[in-house]
Design a protein around this ligand. Sequence first.
Ligand SMILES: [Zn+2]
Ligand SMILES: [Zn+2]
Length: 201
Amino acid sequence: MTSLVDQLTGQLKILFGNTLTSTVKSPLSGNFRKRDPLLEEQARSLLHPLAPKLSSLVIVGWNIRMRTTAGVAIASRWEVWLNPALREISEAEVEKTLLHELAHLLAQHRHGRRRLAPHGPEWRQACIDLGIPDEKRTHQLPFVGRRMKRRYRLRCPGCGESHSRVRRPRRRVACLICCRTHNDGRYDDRFRFQVIELAAP
Ligand SMILES: [Zn+2]
Ligand SMILES: [Zn+2]
């Protein structure tokens, strides 16, 4: 049995082969958001078994003004806008971001006007239902570039937050969030980052 994600991947492959490159208008046109009928159709078929009403309302497209944000979900209008740079990274990134944002819409649709925490339990449940149970809570565009490949991960033993770095840090560095929370913002060895070397490219 093929999962929804597999279906999506398959169909995105088709999308990538043809039409997507022509869908984004020039910034000079003033129209910085452009709906993408094929991606929208994909989103609708993903949502349909879970929320038929929402599936008929959802709008999906690209926002060429986005810089570091990978995608946004506007629940009041059932819109999802993605950063066109995602297409340059991989189809998997487009798919992941689309599902992440659709999960925001699905969560809000299920809970009406109730105010939800952005990545709270309702969103988490929606991710599970959309087939991305391990989704990370971020909207940032993943780092791209060959020369600046990130080779180290710094992990906070306190909160588990991790950051990627190109170089191994020379000095001791600790998690700012934990140091602020537990030590008045001063360096605290308990929250010194563990440096994990990633596999060489
Ligand atoms: Zn999110
Ligand atoms: Zn921390």
